[in-house]
Design a protein around this ligand. Structure first.
Ligand code: EPZ
Length: 430
């Protein structure tokens, strides 16, 4: 088993370059199926979720060529319809985008219910409502989602009862080649929604209004190949910003879109962190005391739920009492008991609110990464803690953070990845 081992206490200095956005690229990759052509995607992050999604597309017959570490040529001219079974789909949440993409490409899809981080119930009723509104027959049985249409989908108006990133994306994927106009109301506004709309339009689609709560899609007959660069990952950027804030130091975070970081910048500044915005970089400095602040996670442009564990780890060290409300997920504080092993003083009330009493210092301990962003929170806490912190189950972290050890070591973190044979790997010699 691999673990991350961190000797805490180093301040961080230098610069780090952010990769392409995980939650954008896991939608752009299935979207290439719609083109039945050749697409070149740049700024693709080197993360496990990308490798898994590329593998699924390869099984569907996509010809994939890695042109360099972050550039892929994806040829979907010879793809064939296939069922996406559970042992494949369960490996990442975004596998459900294959339903919208395959429905839009083949007029049918059969995909196992998705996997993804476990913070309570993660329904897909709005995805299914969207497909039905477009005229598809939809059925969920034996853990499989089946959707099909005779004669193509027909555009319609769809109101999203909850702001849902996944449902907004899935309906966009199904609607771009539907007959007529589709209107998505109460649509999600995240940067990755805008990135997908720009990518689809680059392939010849007609998507308007992405980034607002009303997206209008005029169906087109065909899409074609293109070259496109994935937007920088706002959550990876925010994670490194929070790490500098917690450990202290002076680091420039490069290849970012400052506009996507507005709510994160505002909150870190409120905690006493000094942030200087450039065109495509932000400089983060913290040498003084961290002060408490309150946070409520909201759909974009609010404070992102995917930065909630990271800001809670930071606020564990801020003087005074901070309150963090999680309004998107029903139970996204399960990682808090790992932070308390490091000496944090946090009470989770109900399942939607954490009350954090800042402590003077955290002390290294052995903790688990219970999911992707919880793992990032353990890194942040471990960097600031006194002594050694070991983080287990780091495969969660590697799903969404490329070259995480190399990037942190390059800014001065004392961090390494160690291999520990677990019990069934140990050859016990009599
Ligand atoms: C995406 O998940 C992200 N994952 C999540 O990031 C992120 O936390 C979430 O959006 C919110 O920003 C990917 O993009 C792969 P939602 P998604 O549909 O699409 C409810 C990470 O760390 N809902 O926006 O699954 C749902 O229960 C991951 O990178 C329904 O009720 O989230 C939740 O309360 C973790 N019915 C709210 O909407 C539905 O059909 C938002 O969920 C769909 C969602």
């Amino acid at each position: 088993m691999d673990k991350l081992v961190i000797q805490g206490g180093n301040k961080l200095y230098g610069s780090v370059t952010i990769g392409g956005a995980k939650n954008a690229v896991v939608a752009l990759l299935p979207a290439t199926l719609l083109s039945r052509d050749v697409v070149v995607l740049e700024n693709v992050p080197a993360i496990r979720d990308v490798r898994i999604m590329l593998g699924i597309m390869g099984q569907l017959g996509a010809q994939i060529k890695m042109l360099d570490k972050t550039t892929y040529q994806i040829d979907t001219r010879h793809i064939g319809y296939q069922v996406v079974p559970n042992d494949v789909a369960k490996r990442l949440r975004a596998s459900y985008y294959l339903i919208g993409a395959m429905l839009g490409t083949f007029g049918k899809a059969e995909v196992s219910l998705p996997g993804g981080c476990d913070f309570g119930v993660r329904p897909i009723n709005l995805h299914l409502k969207g497909f039905k509104s477009l005229g598809a027959d939809v059925d969920v049985a034996n853990g499989m989602v089946k959707a099909s249409t005779e004669g193509g989908l027909t555009g319609s108006s769809i109101y999203m009862d909850e702001v849902s990133v996944g449902a907004t994306i899935n309906v966009m994927l199904a609607a771009v080649k539907a007959h007529g106009l589709t209107i998505i109301e109460n649509a999600a506004r995240e940067p990755h929604i805008v990135d997908l709309a720009n990518f689809l339009n680059r392939m010849g689609a007609n998507v308007r209004g992405a980034g607002t709560d009303v997206i209008k899609i005029k169906g087109v007959e065909e899409l074609h190949g293109c070259q496109y660069s994935v937007i920088p990952d706002q959550i990876e950027a925010g994670t490194y910003m929070a790490a500098v804030a917690a450990a202290g130091g002076d680091v420039t975070i490069k290849n970012v879109t400052p506009k996507h970081l507005e709510s994160i910048i505002a909150k870190l500044a409120e905690c006493g962190v000094d942030i200087e915005e450039g065109d495509d970089e932000v400089r983060v400095r913290r040498f003084g005391e961290l002060t408490h602040c309150n946070v409520k996670t909201m759909p974009h442009p609010g404070f992102p739920t995917d930065m909630q564990p990271q800001i809670v780890a930071l606020l564990s060290l801020a003087s005074g009492t901070s309150i963090v409300n999680e309004s998107v997920w029903e139970s996204r504080f399960r990682y808090v008991n790992q932070l308390t092993k490091l000496g944090a003083n946090i009470n989770v009330e109900g399942s939607k609110m954490a009350v954090i009493q800042g402590v003077e210092k955290l002390r290294g301990a052995c903790v688990n990464a219970t999911d992707l962003r919880a793992g990032a929170a353990m890194i942040i806490a471990g960097l600031a803690a006194e002594g050694e912190t070991e983080i287990e189950d780091i495969y969660h972290i590697e799903r969404g953070y490329e070259d995480v050890v190399e990037k942190f070591r390059a800014i001065g973190a004392d961090m390494q990845k160690r291999y520990y044979p677990d019990e069934d790997e140990l050859e016990l010699h009599a």
